[in-house]
Design a protein around this ligand. Structure first.
Ligand SMILES: [Zn+2]
Ligand SMILES: [Zn+2]
Length: 142
């Protein structure tokens, strides 16, 4: 099996925390790298072949506890996604009609927020920015 650097980092964390590196855990991690923000329902149905429901829930719980995934509220829906430690920091554009989510990286926003913080004597550690709108496909149908 070939591993990308994030998978190596994930395996290192599991070992460090005394958890074993299993095929199922690796597959679920790699699934999350592909899926982006995903609902638990989607996560469960996409991974029925990987493990049974109880194991999938347990693994998601362990990932959350170890800071591998985080909950995000996007358009009022609770989704899970890899944390910034395992995925490049990004924000989401979400279509309010079809629910499609696109991950975007915007260094300008990150720099601006850091600057704003500094101007107010803050070292900015976190922020939440979610952008809603209507995608081109849905606009064309309207
Ligand atoms: Zn749409
Ligand atoms: Zn950001």
């Amino acid at each position: 099996m070939t591993h990308n650097p994030m998978t190596e980092k994930f395996h290192a964390l599991l070992r460090e925390r005394g958890r074993s590196v299993t095929r199922a855990r690796t597959l679920l991690f790699e699934y999350l790298q592909q899926s982006g923000a995903v609902s638990m329902t989607q996560f469960m149905s996409d991974n029925v072949a990987v493990a049974d429901r109880a194991s999938l829930y347990r693994t998601a719980g362990m990932f959350r506890e170890l800071g591998i995934i985080e909950d995000r509220i996007i358009q009022g829906k609770r989704l899970v996604e890899l944390s910034d430690d395992y995925d490049a920091h990004h924000h989401h554009l979400t279509c309010s009609v079809c629910g499609r989510t696109v991950a975007i990286t915007t260094p300008e926003i990150e720099d601006l927020l850091a600057d704003l913080g500094r101007q107010h004597g803050f070292s900015v550690k976190s922020h939440v920015i979610e952008i809603g709108g209507v995608c081109d496909d849905c606009s064309a149908k309207a």
